[in-house]
Design a protein around this ligand. Structure first.
Ligand code: SAM
Ligand code: SF4
Length: 338
């Protein structure tokens, strides 16, 4: 089935949505331990459970064959996976040949090392997660991270002419007074900014109701200093974008708790163990690692992916309130990929 006006769309889910965007978590490991994302003493997956880089490449190739035009590598921290640049290179070789965009979400710790190479192979944009520019707060949020190498990474990416979007998770009483300075900093350096509400994913140790800060509150506070002009810019994701008139840069608000963005969802997520999640907020999944390791041919692989897409649910069921102070979804964001 094809949607009118769409080219090369091979995967349409039961609700008529074209699935053109795959996010791939290439590792569950990370060199930071952000408080909203991981417990301090995380147990990571045994290496044998991970897909090899070759298996990841083969699966991504199948998705591209089936109409995926945009790939984002994430994690965990994608740039800490050994050999990941070889995967980037082999995926980048498909740009212009079905694949239109290859990108990544990173914490930036290794970005200074890799930014130029990423740009050279055809990556055009990068999302870097920085929740505050204050070094002490940054260390507290990430449990031990240092902001300086990350800023070096951001400026290496800028020097390599990658478009940069800064992602920041809004936390009540933690970084809620940092956003004015982040809007100014992003404006000064030509970066977009995206603010994210905390999502209830995985046990992290502390109560999440304490962290939850509705972005409607953040937005009205920002409006005291900045003129936020509505735009109709959309990425098919949950962000709603405004232009900051004073800087000319975009600011996005990802509000999964207060807005329903599911009708326009164009994406699915693959974990580093080859589990495909059709919805970030639901448990249903498909085990593509078993399919891969059963010795299946390409037609069989395509068939398994299509079967999974035929089970994509209509939407998520996230709730955070005093009675539901537990994760709506047991897995961590670092497993599914943000
Ligand atoms: N390590 C990389 C990074 O930090 O950008 C990529 C993976 S990280 C899981 C992707 C994004 O998910 C980051 O922007 C992070 O802030 C966000 N994230 C992680 N846990 C979250 C949660 N519980 N709620 C909302 N966003 C979360
Ligand atoms: Fe690591 Fe990213 Fe999770 Fe922070 S948000 S712990 S950097 S995976």
């Amino acid at each position: 089935m094809r949607m009118r006006g769409e080219k090369n769309v091979a995967m349409i889910d039961p609700f008529g949505r074209a699935i053109t965007y795959l996010r791939v978590s290439v590792t569950d490991r990370c060199d930071l331990r952000c408080v909203y994302c991981m417990a301090e003493d995380m147990t990571f997956l045994p290496k044998k459970d991970l897909l090899s880089l070759e298996e990841l490449d083969r699966l991504c190739g199948a998705f591209i064959r089936l109409g995926t035009t945009k790939l984002r590598l994430t994690g965990g921290e994608p740039l800490v996976r050994r050999g990941v640049m070889a995967l980037f290179e082999s995926l980048a070789a498909r740009l212009g040949n079905g694949l239109e965009e290859l990108t990544l979400t990173t914490n930036g710790t290794q970005l200074a090392k890799h930014a130029q190479k990423l740009a050279d192979i055809g990556v055009k944009r990068v999302n870097v997660s920085i929740d505050t520019l204050n070094p002490e707060k940054f260390a507290a949020i990430t449990r031990w991270g240092k902001i300086e190498p990350i800023l070096d990474g951001v400026f290496a990416a800028k020097a390599a002419r990658l478009a940069i979007k800064i992602n920041a998770v809004a936390m009540k009483g933690v970084n809620d007074d940092d956003f004015d300075s982040m809007v100014a900093w992003c404006g000064e350096h030509g970066f977009d900014l995206c603010l994210i509400e905390v999502m209830p994913m995985g046990e992290i140790g502390d109560g999440r109701t304490d962290q939850y800060l509705p972005l409607s509150v953040v937005r009205s506070r920002l409006r005291r200093r900045w003129t936020l002009e509505e735009t109709d810019y959309r990425t098919g994701g949950p962000a709603r974008y405004f232009t900051v008139a004073e800087t000319g840069r975009r600011i996005g608000f990802i509000t999964p708790m207060t807005h329903n963005f599911c009708e326009s969802c164009n994406r699915v997520r693959l974990t580093c163990t080859g589990t495909l999640f059709m919805c970030l907020g639901q448990e249903d999944s498909a085990d593509l690692r078993s399919v891969l390791r059963s010795g299946v041919d390409e037609a069989g692989l395509d068939q398994a992916i299509r079967e999974a897409i035929s089970r994509k649910p209509k939407g998520h069921d996230f709730i955070i309130d005093r009675r539901h102070d537990r994760p709506a979804v047991g897995r961590h964001m670092s497993v599914t990929g943000g």
